[in-house]
Design a protein around this ligand. Structure first.
Ligand code: ACM
Ligand code: ZN
Length: 691
């Protein structure tokens, strides 16, 4: 440790540069993400030597903390004795005495930076590891050696702080996962959810079922979008084969890397739906018994349970996680209604419907997993037909499922898609890579508060935490995946770690800018917050026009799922943003046909409406929009037709205004929009504008 001779001068210099910037400069604890529970600023600066900075650990370690620190950007080497260390780490059950640990003493730490030494105290190696992460962020991965003196007392709000990796839709290399674990550690994220199986490819070696990795892990199309149009698999040896899987040794390497970063890797094996690849490799597990017919396992057949239990046994032997995620989402159940095996099972077990049949499968699997000393997590669809007794629910279709599960005493992880789906576009779709749609900018992810009003203390105690999910249908490249994770994973981390009720988006954004710069310096690709466009301009201020506030009669009613503002939505002056999920767009699963009453006969020169196109979600601009006018509400004449004059396939997400320019008088205006011919196509309109 070196005594700082220029301490006072350095402090003044530091303070001056910090004051000039909107975010505290390198070396300051005020730039940290997630924000620590408590920071006390102190006078002075500690100077970490450029070379031969030394650490000393008092207490027991088993997960490689010393090795981690030596290889980290801090470039530390062991000190001979505690008094010679620049960073003195004390680990033991009594070290956190008196500290507020928010019920998570195993991850808590105290960090005291004095002009003479950095002192870390933690109850466990994990807490000490997080103190090191704090130092890595403060020093910008070791590049800034001048550290603001302070005392940080820190502990997480939630024990579960996760990121999800969809390695099925596009396979990701082991190296990619290891790299993301470094970023996760920096953010104090502690759960890596690996979505290992899905229709697009099976991604883990299972010794008893070699066809899963000889065949079901390979596609003749690299891009998911090409494959989705012709969803077939091929042999691994096929020259066109694209895909991959993790061998058991790969998984062991991933797990070892995770262990030394205090990350629990949670494997997901999907059932009963999203299982086209298994049905292609082992068709006897489907209702039809034929490949390429069913996407779900047949819960009527005992072979299904034998397969699932054998697979889960191999998976549970490999992963030390206390959890195995069993999927459970979006099963079509379509083959079950007519399958003789499923019908027999329902009769024998007294099951009323296919939801109860799914519940039967999940219950049985839970019992098996529990018998091995582990617990299941499932997407919120596992509530359908009755929740398995010990299941943890991952709530993705909003928070309703999660809240229902909390009320029945179940553990819950919140991943509501409107906040936590990182595959949704994070900025204006016209400037972003092709995506699944939606609109979840950083501010939206950051605004998420998991503990909702009215939740009891007991319910909240079952809320384990939060997770950001990145489905990868449209994400072929690793760099694109990173771009989608960062900085929104920062917001997940802060929601999961930092104390409730202290959020300030402007301050967070400044910290996020600094952390993006840091990650970029470390070789990550991040979204450029500095060039963020923001929500659709039209959606940001009310629109004034002649029909605003006028009554609308629905000749065809809107879809109940997408009412926007209901009967007043089309004339309320509120225009939609980048996603129909913002509840400003009114949806029709049919043609749209409405009549507006202006109240009096008035001169009109313009009738128009904007429609949304999201090809991947079956949202299409109409084939045409016809405008009729009437003075009496009985006799209408056609004023004009606006035609679809651009391809709805060229651009994935776009908006098109249909309008008729005129010079007439009318009281009633009828607008008819004919939906696209694609089966299932729907229409979304934000406002019907008359001038
Ligand atoms: C999901 O997004 N289908 C869980
Ligand atoms: Zn069946």
């Amino acid at each position: 440790m070196k005594i700082i001779l220029a301490c006072i001068a350095a402090t003044m210099c530091f303070m001056a540069s910090a004051a000039e910037k909107s975010v505290a400069g390198p070396g300051s604890p005020e730039r940290l993400i997630p924000a620590p529970s408590h920071i006390e600023m102190k006078e002075g600066v500690f100077s970490l030597p450029e070379t031969d900075a030394a650490y000393y650990i008092k207490g027991e370690t088993k997960d490689g903390l010393a090795d981690y620190m030596e290889k980290s950007g801090l470039e530390l080497s062991p000190a001979g004795k505690a008094s010679e260390a620049d960073i003195l780490i004390s680990i033991g059950p009594k070290e956190l005495k008196g500290a507020a640990t928010q019920g998570h003493a195993d991850e808590a730490y105290l960090l005291e930076i004095t002009p003479r030494q950095i002192k870390v105290k933690a109850g466990t190696e994990t807490g000490a590891f997080y103190a090191v992460q704090t130092l890595l962020q403060m020093t910008v991965d070791g590049q800034t050696r001048q550290l603001q003196c302070c005392r940080i007392s820190d502990a997480p709000r939630f024990g579960y702080r996760g990121l999800h990796f969809d390695v099925s839709r596009h396979f990701r290399s082991k190296e990619f996962l290891l790299k993301q674990m470094d970023a996760m550690a920096l953010l104090k994220l502690n759960k890596m959810h690996l979505h290992l199986t899905d229709g697009a490819g099976w991604r883990i070696e299972i010794e008893q079922y070699p066809r899963l990795t000889e065949f079901a892990a390979w596609r003749p199309y690299g891009k998911w979008t090409d494959w989705a149009a012709d969803p077939v698999y091929c042999e691994r040896t096929d020259p066109e084969a694209s895909g991959g899987y993790y061998t058991k040794d790969d998984i062991r390497e991933i797990l070892e890397y995770a262990r030394s970063r205090h990350i629990e890797v949670i494997p997901e094996i999907e059932m009963p739906g999203h299982s086209e690849e298994v049905m292609a490799a082992y068709p006897e597990l489907s209702c039809s018994g034929e490949p390429y017919k069913n996407s779900d396992f047949c819960p009527g057949k005992e072979e299904t349970f034998t397969f699932l239990e054998n697979v889960l046994t191999e998976v549970m032997e490999l992963f030390p996680s206390e959890y195995v995620h069993i999927g459970g989402d979006e099963a079509s159940k379509s083959g079950w209604k007519t399958c003789p095996d499923c019908k027999r099972r329902m009769q024998e077990e007294g099951l009323e419907d296919v939801d109860e049949l799914q519940s039967y499968l999940i219950h049985r699997i839970e019992e098996f997993v529990n018998s091995k000393g582990k617990k299941i997590i499932g997407w919120d669809e596992i509530l359908q037909g009755g929740l398995a007794p010990n299941a943890t629910v991952m709530s993705w279709r909003g928070t309703e499922g999660g809240i229902k599960a909390l009320k029945s005493g179940h553990d819950v992880i919140m991943t509501p898609s409107g906040f936590c789906y990182l595959d949704y576009t994070q900025d204006a779709p016209f400037k972003e890579p092709e995506s699944i749609g939606g609109y979840v900018p950083l501010a939206k992810t950051y605004s998420y508060e998991p503990v909702e009003d009215g939740m009891t203390e007991d319910e909240a105690s079952h809320l384990l935490g939060v997770q950001g999910n990145l489905w990868a249908e449209y994400i072929t490249q690793d760099s694109h995946a990173e771009y989608m994770y960062y900085p929104r994973a920062f917001a997940i981390a802060e929601t999961g770690w930092s104390p409730a009720g202290k959020k300030d988006y402007d301050g967070f954004r400044e910290r996020a800018l600094a952390l993006c710069d840091m990650l970029q310096g470390m070789g990550y690709r991040t979204f450029d917050l500095r060039t963020e466009y923001g929500d659709r301009k039209e959606s940001q201020a009310p629109l004034e026009h002649l029909a605003k506030g006028c009554k609308v009669t629905y000749n065809i009613r809107y879809a109940d799922q997408y009412p926007a503002g209901g009967e007043s939505a089309l004339t309320d002056g509120v225009c939609g943003g980048w996603t129909y999920g913002d509840r400003k767009w009114q949806g029709f699963f049919s043609d749209a046909d409405v009549t507006v009453d202006l109240g009096d006969v008035k001169p009109i020169h313009y009738v128009g409406a904007t429609f949304m196109n999201v090809t991947g979600a079956w949202v299409h601009i109409p084939q045409k929009m016809e405008v009729y006018v009437s003075e009496d509400g009985v006799n209408f004449s056609l004023l004009g037709t606006a035609w679809q004059d651009i391809s709805d396939k060229q651009n994935f997400i776009f908006f098109k205004q249909y309008s008729v320019i005129c010079n007439t008088k009318a009281r009633y205006i009828r607008v008819y929009a004919q939906r696209a011919t694609r089966p299932g196509a729907c229409l979304f309109i934000d406002e019907l504008v008359v001038n």
